[in-house]
Design a protein around this ligand. Structure first.
Ligand SMILES: Cc1cc2nc3c(=O)[nH]c(=O)nc-3n(C[C@H](O)[C@H](O)[C@H](O)COP(=O)(O)OP(=O)(O)OC[C@H]3O[C@@H](n4cnc5c(N)ncnc54)[C@H](O)[C@@H]3O)c2cc1C
Length: 501
């Protein structure tokens, strides 16, 4: 519906200053809307904010910046230049993958990666070209679909999606698609573990996501100096300079819904503020359960949320060390029994003895994160979300010890513990309680076909008029680039609705 009212008179509240909310804020403010952003925490970014432990600085969540061109576009959309706000470093190698009996450096310079494959699996290097060419084709069909809204049934049957349909590998999983290129299981894993970025198992994740590895190889993986949380800092800066107001430490207690339409927000002190439209960036299921007045929801009422498929969670260790280890910027360690570890997380709901983990040693690239000669090390261990019956209050300490023992052994750094100066742990319960993440499912709703596109909670929220969604819980999905895209899609829909563009 297009309304004959200028955007200047439209008042928009955004609940949450995560990457999704900040994208919408900077674009809509640039277009002249009156934008107020409410954030519970004292700083912008949500899961993409930073943690300061003494003299050490850590990213809370995202550490891999992929599809940088999308980020550049979103800044341009808001009348800004990403390069003047952020100092990007393209990483080469992108990361090191460590299996039980070999390691491989993965580079977006395909010749280097081909050499690495030749070194570990001679004769298999020629498969790389086929993988790259096929996934490039898939990506070219899928990209227009990721940039569109699927908020109406007619948009679901768009030409773009019809054209992409033969390239969706429907009925196949990411691992099956990758086995089609690489005969060797380990190599197939080296290009399919990326489904973990969506908090999913490669044996369950829809085959179309095989393009995630292509995206890394085609566009590279970036770091931003100061950490990836700098992205949120920069977006908040742009939003403010475009005229948005950001209210920190100002939680929204609930939405005001009248006659099926959002009319504003109630703040935690009970103050009611009227708005024409409300954009929800808070974690989708968490917001449905906590922010929408009772009796409003049907499809997403709390009982129904229990049937939704969720991503896994993560156990985090942030370590401030008084030395810098000679380890890569990004290193991923696959459990020796990787498949069994994945089944523990996604099927059995238990903590594996043999864990997979990721270590980010960004101080080798970025001296700003720790004092000279020190380092800020970030460890992420995929674990079941809170639907599994794991008592974290009882198990966290023992699990921390298991994680440290495994790191010491597999990274060959037996003296690790003696160098820890600062430390923080986040368990799945910490994600729920401190970051407002439903069931601690850090990568949001799962990306099963049944929860994608038109079937994912829609950018124009289908249950409440004048209510919109941004962030990992709506289309196109979880992950920084897609979340930025969600902010852009929602902003464009609002702009079209009120500016008749
Ligand atoms: C450990 C981890 C690692 C990740 N790694 C990567 C990676 O390397 N690359 C990548 O692309 N993606 C990664 N992701 C996934 C994803 O990109 C991030 O989680 C992203 O920050 C999510 O953005 P969002 O806007 O959806 O939500 P959030 O960042 O969660 O933002 C929501 C905001 O809403 C606020 N809020 C909630 N309730 C209220 C309320 N009632 N009132 C006011 N404010 C409220 C919250 O405080 C929060 O600031 C990672 C995620 C995690 C957790």
């Amino acid at each position: 519906m297009t309304e004959n009212r200028s955007s200047k008179t439209r008042r928009i509240a955004i609940v949450g200053a995560g990457p999704g909310g900040l994208t919408a804020a900077m674009i809509l403010a640039h277009r002249g809307f009156h934008v107020d952003v409410y954030e519970t925490r004292s700083l912008p970014g949500g899961r993409n904010s930073h943690l300061q432990l003494g003299a050490y600085r850590f990213d809370v969540g995202p550490t891999f910046l992929m599809m940088k061109p999308l980020l550049d576009e979103v800044f341009q959309y808001a009348g800004a230049d990403s390069g003047t706000h952020l100092d990007f470093v393209r990483l080469d190698p992108m990361y090191r993958l460590n299996f039980a009996d070999f390691s491989i450096n993965c580079s977006s310079d395909l010749e280097k990666t081909r050499e690495e494959i030749r070194r570990i699996r001679p004769g298999h290097e020629s498969f790389l070209q086929r993988f790259f060419a096929s996934e490039q084709k898939r990506f070219s069909y899928m990209l227009p679909c990721l940039k569109k809204s699927y908020s109406s049934l007619s948009s679901f049957f768009s030409m773009d999606l019809l054209k992409a349909a033969p390239h969706l590998s429907l009925g196949k999983t990411v691992f099956q698609v990758l086995k089609g290129y690489f005969k060797d299981d380990d190599l197939a894993l080296a290009f399919s573990f990326q489904s973990k970025y969506l908090g999913m198992s490669a044996w369950e994740c829809p085959g179309a996501f095989a393009m995630l590895a292509y995206i890394e190889y085609a566009f590279g993986v970036y770091h931003t100096q100061g950490g990836l949380s700098e992205l949120s800092r920069a977006m908040a800066e742009v939003a403010k300079s475009n005229g948005a107001t950001l209210f920190y430490e100002t939680p929204v207690r609930s939405l005001i819904v009248d006659n099926g339409a959002a009319r504003g927000v109630v703040l935690s002190d009970g103050e009611r503020r009227a708005y024409d439209d409300v954009i929800i960036n808070a974690d989708f299921c968490w917001a449905m359960e906590n922010l929408v007045p009772q009796g409003v929801l049907r499809k997403y009422r709390p009982e129904k949320l229990r049937n939704k498929k969720l991503s896994c969670s993560t156990f985090m260790l942030y370590l401030g060390l008084d030395k810098i280890y000679d380890m890569p910027h990004h290193a991923i360690y696959m459990a020796h029994q990787y498949r069994s570890n994945v089944e523990d997380i996604f099927q059995r709901g238990k903590l594996s003895d043999d864990i997979s983990f990721y270590v980010r040693n960004a101080s080798v690239t970025d001296p700003s994160l720790a004092p000279e000669g020190h380092s800020a090390v970030y460890v992420l261990v995929p674990v079941p979300n809170l639907r599994a019956s794991i008592n974290w209050a009882e198990q966290a300490e023992a699990f921390r010890a298991r994680v440290l023992e495994t790191i010491k052994r597999r990274c060959a750094i037996p003296d690790l513990e003696s160098h820890i100066i600062e430390e923080k742990v986040i368990t799945p319960e910490g994600w729920r309680d401190d970051y407002f993440v439903y069931q601690g499912a850090t990568f949001n709703l799962g990306h099963q076909v049944s929860q994608m596109l038109y079937l994912r909670p829609r950018n124009k929220f289908e249950e409440i008029d004048n209510c919109w969604l941004v962030g990992g819980g709506t289309h196109p999905g979880s992950g920084v680039p897609t979340i930025l895209e969600s902010g852009r899609i929602t902003s464009d829909m609002l702009t079209r609705r009120y500016k008749r563009t």
